[in-house]
Ligand binder design. Structure first.
Ligand SMILES: *Cc1c(COP(=O)(O)O)cnc(C)c1O
Length: 419
């Protein structure tokens, strides 16, 4: 039995609804005589994405992970450099750093938001720091004014992992247009999808946009110089073949690395465009579910809600709340919800405790708030537009019932070993 069949209210297999309009867009791509790669749909999707987010440059790629990999490539990290990263995110945010001989400084989170704590960030900046990798956790924008003030003072690059945050805003600005580089995911579970996989990278620098353009299109990431004395009016066999003259016109001064193929298919981009137009509707639905859950959870004294700071709007990729009544109550609550057919998840295990980061010298005690919240309090509940009204009713009723049950049972059972 799959989890989708097992749960009456599944956590999140699909983060958006793919419907008739998506299918119509798909059909028009397939039935046209245009290429299925690197064509007009990709450009339209990127153009619309720039309009929606306000980002200066937006380039499609094949996943959020690839966007993050390319972002790290742009940092030109050297041995001994340092990067500050949040531990409270999906592992793809920081995993590209494993390919570099750099020191990662995990920055503890604010337990009320689960976003990077700017005070801690400040204490981690050294003269070797090159970049900050942060996430807008669950779709709640990070404290960007505080982060950017510190980053600008120290001259370091801010990379926003926006995989959760499409549809959110911070002081009226979209994530991805706040820092230097933004990385979005259109994976099946995310707030919009490009048929299951896909991503976007946003940039505020034209030279970085050019590098990403080359990198995603199989071109070498090089530094080139003109060849002196090359005749600019060299005759071409046919006018449009003149581009081949570029090979003679420029020489490589340095090569930073190999390019790759991260081209989003036209079919995916066409669906992305339709999905983007539905984003507001999807986000409204998420907010409506979150408001109902907030009401149910806050009626119970042994809990606290994730705090949305003034000036921010939440995209609710994840609905997050905290059980403060103790680990045992949380465990009873999870079991009680599971029995009612409601799937619960905990996102995410503190990254600095993963084996690959322990091997690099990281471990318990490094981010006390992230660890405490994860091991003792943190919970995520289903919250996505695929849930019907009936499923939302069942979810909300189950949360209330399970919270009562969990309190009554506390002290009577053997808790699960979360640690
Ligand atoms: C989903 C996700 C990614 C990776 O995106 P993919 O498109 O699945 O590669 C990166 N970071 C975070 C925070 C994510 O949730």
């Amino acid at each position: 039995m799959t989890a989708a069949q097992r749960y009456r209210v599944p956590f999140q297999r699909r983060g958006s609804i793919v419907g008739q309009a998506d299918l119509a867009a798909l059909a028009s791509v397939v039935h046209s005589a245009e290429p299925l790669s690197a064509g007009v749909w990709r450009e339209r999707f990127e153009q619309r994405f720039r309009e929606v987010t306000g980002a200066r440059h937006a380039l499609t790629v094949t996943s959020g992970t690839v966007a993050l990999e390319l972002a790290v490539r742009l940092l030109d990290l050297k041995p001994g450099d340092e990067v500050i990263a949040t531990p409270q995110t999906f592992q793809a945010t920081v995993q590209p750093l494993l390919d570099h001989d750099v020191t990662v400084r995990f920055c503890d989170v604010d337990p009320d938001t689960l976003n990077m704590d700017p005070q801690v960030l400040e204490s981690l900046i050294t003269d070797r720091t090159r970049a900050v990798l942060l996430v807008h956790y669950g779709g709640l924008p990070a404290d960007m004014a505080a982060v950017l003030a510190r980053a600008r003072r120290a001259g370091i690059v801010v990379v926003e992992d926006c995989a959760h945050a499409l549809g959110a805003s911070y002081r009226g600005v979209s994530p991805g247009a706040l820092g230097d580089i933004g990385c979005f995911s259109f994976h099946s579970t995310k707030n919009i999808t490009t048929l299951g996989e896909g991503g976007m990278i946003t940039l505020n620098r034209a030279d970085w946009a050019e590098r990403v353009e080359r990198l995603r299109g199989n071109e070498v990431d090089g530094v080139f110089a003109p060849v002196p004395g090359f005749a600019d009016d060299e005759p071409a066999l046919l006018p449009w073949m003149r581009f081949s003259a570029d090979v003679y016109r420029r020489r490589a001064v340095g090569i930073r690395g190999a390019g790759t193929n991260a081209t989003m298919s036209e079919a995916a981009a066409a669906v992305g465009l339709v999905q983007l137009d539905a984003l507001e509707r999807f986000t409204e639905r998420r907010r409506w579910i979150a408001a109902r859950l907030d009401a149910a959870v806050s009626a119970f004294p042994g809990t606290r809600l994730q705090r949305t700071p003034e000036g921010s709007t939440h995209a609710y990729h994840l609905y997050t709340f905290f059980v403060t009544a103790g680990r045992e109550v949380r465990e009873h609550f999870v079991r009680a919800l599971d029995r009612r057919g409601v799937e619960v998840q905990l996102r995410y295990f503190p990254l600095h405790l993963l084996p690959e980061w322990r091997l690099r010298g990281h471990g318990p005690g490094e981010c006390p708030q992230a660890e405490r919240v994860w091991f003792d309090e943190h919970l995520n509940l289903p919250c996505h537009p695929g849930l019907s009204d009936e499923q939302v009713d069942h979810l909300v009723e189950s949360v209330t019932a399970a919270l009562h049950e969990a309190t009554a049972l506390a002290g009577t059972g053997r808790p699960l070993a979360f640690r």
